[in-house]
Design a protein around this ligand. Structure first.
Ligand SMILES: [Zn+2]
Length: 456
């Protein structure tokens, strides 16, 4: 044989083309990575439900089938039904080779509500705890800190009274009728607060918490549905309790109020929070102090094509409901290629360990809050099937979301930790990169003649 451009016979060792590099064994590679690095199989096997131990379809099969349903973007349980009897999908969930079927989606729908939400959450907790032990988060991001963004998310809504459950929130919305009149109609919906670690590339979900309807609230305020802040506080406590190494919470204009900042302080965290209302403290006082002062720092970021003016106001104590110094920062960003366009202004409230950041770092972190909408919500809606109503039982929805989130997180870790050059090879469009990766996994699924849980 000959190699390269040389006309001489090749005398070096003969090396097989790397099938992983070719993307031909992508699903097998993903399962092997998940199992070897994060004990995926053991984590999914730890789930239990209320059925007897001799149930024909073990809980593990239900959990694994749901996990792969999320990962491979199967669009509905109807679409999953025939796969449960396909040899390749049985092999994927396996590894029991003698199995003829993984049951039916009716079984999955019946079992999911019997799995405790905490157990489903523990799959993701297990993956992220291992990632932390593997030093994935050790270096942190700006200022060597670890950040978590919080935001509200509403994946499910329906006007059909037949498709609602006791955990649905209800609101009245104006709906235009065929005769042109407008009628107030009841709409049923589920809303959550999501917590996601944000970083330069590695965005991973660490929590999801439902907003409770009035009659299920435990805080005595049973005259209205919970607001986003109430659920977010519950979520942040749990996130910090589980992932003690997270340093700073990043959130939007709903959050810079005394009670929320006090919770952040109690949890010994920092916060970088967007402030939108010029009339609300502490931004009101910062604006008064800045008056017509010129910017304290001006940065020309030619790479981003921006001119950034920054104002700083440390140590404000104008909130009655928060005891501690607050730093307020304002940034005015002008596009260098369009200096006549209206500049974008950001005002940010900063407390705790985040106050050590530079003005530019604070702006970068505040802007990175968009990761939770771009990386999670947009992708979950456009590419994943999070907004499809697979089941309408509040507990089953949460169990299913936690299994989908485990798939989302593991895919993110796989992409950025295992296939480090993959993003560069596929360009910078992350959504397209991931879609291509899933296509390669589906191609590999079609070729799956044995269980991938035992490599070789
Ligand atoms: Zn519901």
């Amino acid at each position: 044989m000959r190699c390269g451009l040389s006309s001489q016979p090749c005398t070096g060792p003969v090396v097989d083309a790397d099938p992983f590099a070719m993307g031909q064994r992508r699903l097998r590679q993903f399962v092997a990575y998940g199992n070897k690095t994060y004990a995926l199989r053991r984590l999914l096997q730890s789930l239990t439900d209320g059925r007897s131990d001799d149930a024909t379809i073990p809980t593990f099969h239900v959990a694994a089938a749901t996990f792969f349903c999320g990962l491979l973007r199967v669009r509905s349980f109807n679409a999953l039904e025939p796969k449960l009897k396909e040899r390749a999908f049985i092999n994927l969930v396996g590894p029991e080779a003698e199995l003829d079927s993984l049951g039916s989606v009716d079984t999955i729908s019946r079992v999911l509500p019997q799995i405790a939400v905490e157990q489903a959450r523990d799959v993701t907790v297990g993956i992220l705890a291992k990632a932390e032990r593997n030093k994935v988060f050790r270096e942190g991001w700006h200022g060597a800190l670890r950040y978590v963004a919080l935001d509200g998310w509403e994946p499910i809504s329906s006007f059909s009274p037949k498709r609602h459950c006791e955990h649905c929130l209800v609101r009245h919305v104006k709906v235009k009728q065929p005769d042109g009149s407008v009628k107030l109609v009841e709409q049923y919906y589920h809303r959550y607060v999501v917590a996601m670690i944000i970083d330069e590339r590695l965005d991973l979900v660490v929590g999801i918490e439902p907003l409770l309807p009035a009659d299920l609230r435990s805080d005595g305020a049973t005259d209205s549905h919970e607001g986003e802040l109430t659920a977010a506080k519950r979520l942040l406590r749990r996130v910090k309790e589980t992932f003690g190494w997270i340093d700073v919470v990043v959130a939007d204009g709903l959050y810079p109020n005394g009670p929320f900042l006090s919770l952040v302080q109690d949890l010994r965290m920092g916060a970088v929070i967007i402030a939108r209302k010029n009339t609300d403290e502490p931004l009101k006082e910062a604006l008064r102090i800045w008056g017509t002062q010129p910017a304290h720092e001006v940065v020309l970021d030619t790479e981003a094509g921006e001119r950034i003016e920054l104002w700083d106001c440390p140590d404000l104590e104008t909130l009655d409901t928060y005891k501690g110094p607050i730093r307020v920062v304002r940034a005015r960003v002008t596009k260098l290629d369009d200096p006549k366009a209206t500049p974008h202004t950001w005002c940010v409230v900063v407390i705790g360990k985040a106050t050590k950041l530079s003005l530019r770092q604070i702006l970068a972190v505040a802007r990175a809050r968009w990761h939770i909408e771009n990386t999670a919500f947009n992708q979950w809606t456009q590419c994943w099937k999070f907004t499809h109503v697979f089941t309408h039982n509040a507990q089953a929805i949460q169990v299913l979301y936690w299994l989908f989130i485990a798939a989302f997180n593991l895919l993110t870790l796989f992409l950025y930790r295992q296939l480090r050059s993959y993003g560069r090879d596929r360009g910078k469009d992350v959504t397209r990169t991931i879609s291509r990766l899933i296509d390669e996994m589906l191609d590999d699924l079609a070729r799956l003649t044995a269980s991938p849980w035992h490599p070789g």
